[in-house]
Write a new protein. Structure first.
Lengths: 518, 343
């Protein structure tokens, strides 16, 4: 209907101008909501403590752009050189303090000597010489301590199990490294709100067990290994309600039935000595023969719990425990160039955006204005979708900027191609209206081809894991917006602008033949 | 540009050989030396300075100046690529990360020098570090994991699924050879980009996969556009009297593609120049992908299109010779078209 209207050019200039004004206002409002930088609202209202935040400030950013969080995992009996030096300095200060009696001085000196002799240095770490821990042994021939094979093997297995937990959790950016052979360092993006939970849960090592408050209920000696009873733990959501799905074997299902029917007030799902989940038996429901479910409050926590339980099931007791990781043992670091990283990124994309608005106007005149409208619409739509629709699904990475640019430039390419066709048709002696109609018609299938292939590619990328999966969602948003702009929006805006234009030749920067003659 | 293309369009063997040689060289380099992993994705050595006291701007400056002067003394001022400040509640840490292979012995000497300098400052009542708790350590970090489970194989599977989908779609729209050429353009561009990243020793993190995904998407879009234009060029009335090479040249939107590539390059360069280091390397990788795509779509694909089309036409002609029904239909069609044009 709308197309027919345009075709007959029944839409008057006034109508076009009114419609264009309305569209301009809507686009500008969208862009303003997306891009006006943060400022305190006390500028408008004196007492207000609220701060205006644009849509682009709502994004979760990855470690490159927003920095990250880290923690160190030290096996029991292993400490860092920094910690060793701090304690040693403290003990030395005690020895050096003025006004001590000889006895006190000797006592403090003995304390210091004992501390010094209870550790041996290995690179940037200090390893306990306590024979009970069996980390190092003294070699009387070389007069040096050496690390026992048992500790080496246990650390290797445990490091492998912990690294696999981070792999399985599917972070788009993380890093696990072995520091000085016998400690681990784990890093996560700053946007991971449950980092403390993840860091502390992933440090748990040992067998998977189920216990009441007083005793271990499963596995007993007769039961054997837990892996014969439980197949997997998965975090799922139904109707916005997260839950853990436990798949068991047949005997696992009957064991779980037995446990839920027991008199225990709570069933503690433990990894080593640490409780990771403690539902009351009534909250463990049987879904089908070998599938049980436990309701959870938070999906992210459920995923972390499932990862730890599955890992304990797979790796069992690796023979090594880490010292407790809590709020005080993790740190945060800024993005590589500080807190400005995100702003720098937005400035770069902003300049590119301005360039891509200005360039078509300079090159194509009135038709370039239609392209600029399309570009601004694309920006508004994607900025909104990223901030509000896909907000919980993804974090903005450097890849987002590239996919955003791809989606931004494709409509411009297709519009430029259309302009070339319109020009070609006009050069054959057709009227402007006819040239526009034929130009758009001839380029339609090519535009559909490009948009379809981009959409197919974006959907195929959904198969990718972690960051690639996130990129795929972003690409679908960008390509969808680009397709809308290329196939529909640029045409609508062009018809409106053309209807409102005083001189249709000037609009396209075409020269009439009679003008040439003059 | 068209003059240059006129020289390149018939020489598909040369361009295919160049593309193949680059891809093979990339594979060889990648398999012998691996990719050049960026510091965040590789194993590194670090020098950490921890301040366990209130961090005033004066004490922070002092720590920085002492540490950096000691690093300079050992000629390491250009060697630490990342200088990260870390803090967690009570402590304030500086981690100097060294990407290049530096002997631990040298770093330990720096550590001892820094420690001695700090000890002197701790005793100096006028120093901002007077009585401060400052500790120094050297560590070796060996990266064991930074890719999510299945990241690589699922990425490759996604690429393969995309290639099949692109082939099916393009084959439906532009016949089998059109589909094959679209996939050829996509695969060659992505492979070239990967090979060039390996050859140019671009620092690689997991996010370089984004640059390859960008290349695959971009090259698929441009390849199908080139195939569409070449196909349209064959049918266009104004190209009827031209040779196949001339028709292909006339139909290719070369200027448009070049303008498009330049604009994307400027946008990527902007992102790379203004944004942070890891993003800059990602922008460089994407820029390489763009160059590979431009080469494939502007030079290689049109050059390959002509012999492929020739072979397809020859086959169709041979088939028509023995397929009397099809041959007759074709002859009828041609006759009809001739009559219409006469009228």
């Amino acid at each position: 209907m709308l197309r027919k209207e345009f075709r007959r050019h029944s839409m008057g200039k006034k109508k076009s101008v009114v419609l264009l004004t309305l569209i301009t206002i809507v686009i500008l409002v969208f862009c303003a909501i997306s891009a006006i930088p943060s400022f305190p609202l006390s500028v408008f209202k004196k007492d207000s403590v609220k701060v205006w935040k644009p849509a682009t400030a709502q994004y979760d950013l990855d470690a490159d752009l927003s920095g990250g969080q880290y923690t160190h995992y030290y096996p029991e009996g292993v400490i860092s050189e920094l910690e060793y030096d701090a304690v040693k300095e403290e003990k030395q200060a005690k020895v050096d303090q003025a006004g001590l009696t000889e006895e006190q001085k000797k006592e403090y000196q003995d304390e210091l000597d004992e501390y010094v002799s209870s550790y041996t240095q290995h690179k940037g770490l200090y390893l306990s010489t306590d024979p009970e821990l069996d980390i190092v042994k003294f070699d009387s021939t070389t007069n040096e301590y050496y690390v026992t094979e048992g500790f080496k093997a246990a650390f290797k297995d445990t490091a492998n199990a912990v690294a696999k937990r981070f792999e399985a959790r599917g972070y788009s950016a993380y890093r696990v490294s072995v520091v000085d052979d016998y400690s681990l360092k784990a890093e996560l993006p700053a946007s991971e709100v449950n980092a403390v939970t993840v860091f502390s849960y992933f440090a748990y090592t040992g067998e998977f067990t189920i216990a009441s408050d007083t005793e271990t209920l499963f596995p007993s000696k007769a039961d054997g290994s837990a892996s014969g009873y439980f197949k997997s733990f998965k975090a799922k959501v139904t109707n916005d309600a997260p839950y853990i799905e436990i798949k068991t074997t047949k005997k696992g299902s009957s064991k779980l039935k037995e446990l839920t029917d027991s008199e225990a007030s709570v069933l503690n799902f433990k990894v080593g000595e640490n409780v990771v989940l403690s539902p009351a038996p009534a909250y463990i429901a049987k879904q089908s023969d070998n599938v049980w479910v436990i309701g959870m409050n938070d999906l992210e926590v459920a995923k972390t719990v499932c990862t730890v339980l599955s890992s304990a099931l797979e790796h069992g007791d690796t023979g090594l425990a880490f010292t407790k990781v809590d709020n005080s043992s993790y740190g945060v670091y800024d993005a590589v160039y500080g807190s400005n990283a995100r702003n720098l990124m937005f400035i770069a994309v902003g300049i590119a955006l301005l360039l891509l608005i200005a360039l078509p106007i300079v090159k194509y005149g009135g038709f370039g204005v239609a392209m600029a409208y399309s570009t601004l619409t694309y920006f508004g739509v994607t900025a909104f979708c990223f901030a509000f629709i896909t907000e919980k699904l993804m974090e903005v990475t450097a890849g987002t900027a590239i996919v955003f640019l791809l989606g931004l430039i494709v409509p411009l390419l297709l519009a430029a191609r259309t302009h070339a066709y319109i020009k070609k048709e006009f050069s054959l002696g057709k009227t402007v209206e006819s040239s526009v109609k034929t130009g758009f018609k001839k380029t339609l299938m090519g535009a559909i081809d490009v948009c379809s292939l981009l959409l197919l590619g974006s959907v195929a990328l959904l198969i990718g894991a972690a960051g690639l999966h996130t990129l795929a969602i972003q690409a679908i948003v960008c390509v969808g917006a680009a397709a809308f702009c290329s196939l529909l929006w640029t045409r609508v805006i062009n018809y409106l602008l053309l209807s409102a234009a005083k001189d249709k030749y000037k609009y396209f920067r075409f020269v009439r033949e009679d003008d040439d003659d003059e | 540009m068209n003059k240059f293309l006129a020289k390149t369009i018939g020489k598909w063997k040369i361009w295919t050989a160049i593309a193949a040689a680059l891809i093979v060289a990339g594979i060889v380099i990648a398999s012998v030396f691996g990719f050049n992993l960026a510091p965040t994705a590789d194993s590194v050595k670090t020098l950490t300075v921890r301040l366990e006291s209130y961090a005033s701007s004066a004490s922070v400056e002092k720590i920085e100046s002492i540490t950096e002067s000691k690093l300079r003394e050992k000629g390491l001022e250009e060697k630490y690529s990342v200088d990260v400040e870390l803090s967690s509640g009570k402590v304030h840490e500086y981690v100097y990360t060294f990407k290049e292979k530096i002997e631990t012995k040298v770093l330990n000497e720096v550590k001892e020098n820094v420690k001695t300098a700090f000890d002197a400052e701790k005793k100096n009542a006028e120093s901002p570090l007077y009585n401060a708790f400052v500790y120094v350590t050297v560590n070796e970090e060996v990266m064991v994991s930074n890719l999510a489970k299945g990241f690589l194989w699922r990425g490759i599977l996604a690429g393969a699924v995309f290639a099949v989908a692109a082939f099916v779609y393009s084959a439906i729209r532009h016949k089998l050879h059109g589909g094959a050429l679209t996939v050829f353009g996509t695969v060659v561009s992505t492979a070239l980009a990967t090979a060039l990243v390996a050859l140019c020793r671009i620092p690689v993190t997991a996010s370089v996969a984004y640059a390859f995904a960008f290349t695959a998407l971009l090259s698929a879009a441009l390849s199908v556009l080139v195939v569409t234009s070449l196909k349209e060029g064959e049918k266009a009335d104004e190209n009827k009297d031209k040779t196949k090479e001339e028709a292909a040249l006339a139909s290719l939107p070369v200027n448009l593609l070049c303008l498009f590539v330049c604009v994307v390059a400027v946008a990527l360069a902007l992102v790379g120049a203004i944004a942070v280091t890891p993003v800059a390397w990602l922008a460089v990788a994407a820029l390489i992908g763009l160059v590979a795509t431009a080469f494939t779509c502007v030079i290689l694909l049109p050059a390959v299109y002509l012999p492929v089309k020739k072979a397809v036409d020859k086959k169709a002609e041979a088939r028509a010779r023995y397929d009397y029904k099809k041959g007759a239909k074709k002859a009828n069609k041609a006759e009809k078209a001739e009559k219409e044009s006469d009228q």
